[in-house]
Design a protein around this ligand. Structure first.
Ligand code: GCU
Length: 424
């Protein structure tokens, strides 16, 4: 237990030190980006060009998904839905001065009243005439951190999580700037959030934690290098939350945008790639291992990830740490797996660690798949990053706002506008 507490703290220290240490310093020099050729999402493994939507859907999509599953994020088990249980624990029918209803719902993944489980905060517009479209997004510090509303329960956090042992009462609302709940419900959307480390604590490679033990029977038949990393476990959790949302009358589960910031943006993309029930995918500053092209090796590198956070991925991925040009896929194909559903990729211009240009180019290079499937894709914009603070594109949307790594009002306004176009 003590060890579990010390490990995450240690991992954060090593990571912070590493970010600043010369030897792993990010490449922030565009002139050092090597020339590379991206794998073509529209050529099958056997060389057949993908000329029809059917060939994409029936063959090529599955090939790409398999590559990401076996070589990058790890295999994701199906869920035995008969074991899934949920219960509404508390309801505040007059939250936000009567504008919203807040619910706390507990989801058990395996057996009622036993971990692993996850606690949802579900905020819906009050008195809505029809089930609301929703944003589903994990939070980093517990549901109590997304608002300073004292009604929200303090996170009930398992061993190994970074908030274990903290005085949570003092942490209420610490991330509220990233969660404009009132604006979201005013615009007619629901917000569903949950603390991601309840699904699997971050900074661990132990398979005894979170939902990993549930994966064990499935993983008996999975070669060790392709076993799920933490991003897969978190993405699996998002799908289970969606299973639960399908049973909540106030929410329209056919109109759920899965959204995430940074590592949780990587997770949102991977969840959207695996689970086509997500109607929209939003990646906020997801960077390396998320939206950014690996071959550019700009900002955070695969090598850095392999040294500091290898457990987010499956072991196989380490093979590419020193030379990303060897990967038989790149992250534009992760975005292509979301097609034809709307996808938003966002960057911040000071967030070089996440490689804004690489995020843009990734979105841009997913366009041929979107167009093959009959959508407007990136809407014909040129392959040069747009001006700061100007969203561009169509079903594939992109912006690079000014400022640092984070989620801001600008980002949310853009996502709400995008949802107005494609979810309403
Ligand atoms: C680190 C990590 C990134 C990640 C980020 C985050 O910076 O290197 O890959 O996106 O943490 O999740 O906050």
């Amino acid at each position: 237990m003590k060890k579990l507490f010390v490990l995450p703290v240690l991992a954060v220290c090593v990571w912070t030190a590493a970010v600043y240490a010369e030897e792993w310093k990010a490449n922030n020099d565009e002139s050092k980006v090597i020339s590379y050729t991206l794998p073509d999402p529209l050529i099958c493994g056997d060389g057949t060009p993908v000329a029809t939507p059917e060939l994409w859907t029936e063959k090529r999509r599955g090939e790409i998904l398999d590559l990401f599953r076996t070589q990058m994020y790890g295999m994701m088990p199906d869920c035995d839905k008969s074991k899934l249980r949920w219960e509404t624990l508390r309801v505040n029918p007059v939250a936000l001065d009567g504008k919203a209803v807040f619910r706390e719902i507990r989801v058990w993944f395996d057996a009622p009243n036993a971990r692993p489980k996850v606690d949802l905060l579900v905020c819906t517009p009050r008195g809505a005439a029809e089930p609301a479209p929703a944003f589903l997004a994990y939070n980093f510090y517990g549901n109590h951190a997304v608002s300073d509303d004292p009604w929200i329960s303090l996170a009930d956090c398992p061993d190994g999580t970074r908030i274990q042992g903290k005085d949570l009462e003092t942490e209420r609302g610490r991330s509220k700037d990233r969660w404009p709940i009132e604006t979201i419900v005013d615009r007619g959307y629901a917000l569903v959030t949950a603390y991601y480390e309840e699904v699997v604590p971050d900074y661990h490679s132990e398979r005894s934690l979170g939902v990993f033990p549930l994966f064990a029977p499935f993983e008996e038949n999975v070669p060790e290098p392709s076993r799920a990393g933490e991003i897969t476990a978190w993405a699996w959790g998002l799908s289970r939350i969606l299973d639960c949302l399908e049973n909540i009358p106030e929410i329209d589960a056919r109109r759920v945008a899965v959204m995430g910031h940074s590592r949780l943006g990587k997770t949102a993309l991977w969840a959207g790639a695996n689970d086509q029930r997500f109607a929209m995918v939003i990646s906020n500053d997801s960077g390396c291992g998320g939206a950014a092209l690996s071959r550019r090796n700009f900002g955070e590198t695969l090598d850095f990830m392999d040294q500091v956070i290898p457990f987010w991925f499956c072991p196989y991925y380490s093979r590419y740490a020193k030379d990303p040009t060897q990967i038989p896929f790149d992250q534009h194909e992760l975005i292509a797996l979301v097609a034809p559903r709307p996808v938003y990729v966002a960057s911040a211009d000071e967030d070089l660690w996440a490689d804004p240009k690489g995020e843009f180019l990734s979105a841009w290079n997913a366009d041929p798949v979107y167009r093959l499937l009959g959508t407007a894709g990136i809407g014909g914009v040129a392959d040069v990053p747009p001006e700061t603070n100007v969203p561009v594109g169509a079903v594939i949307r992109y912006h690079r706002r000014s400022g640092k790594h984070g989620v801001t009002e600008f980002d949310w306004n853009a996502y709400l506008g995008f949802a107005d176009e494609y979810l309403k």
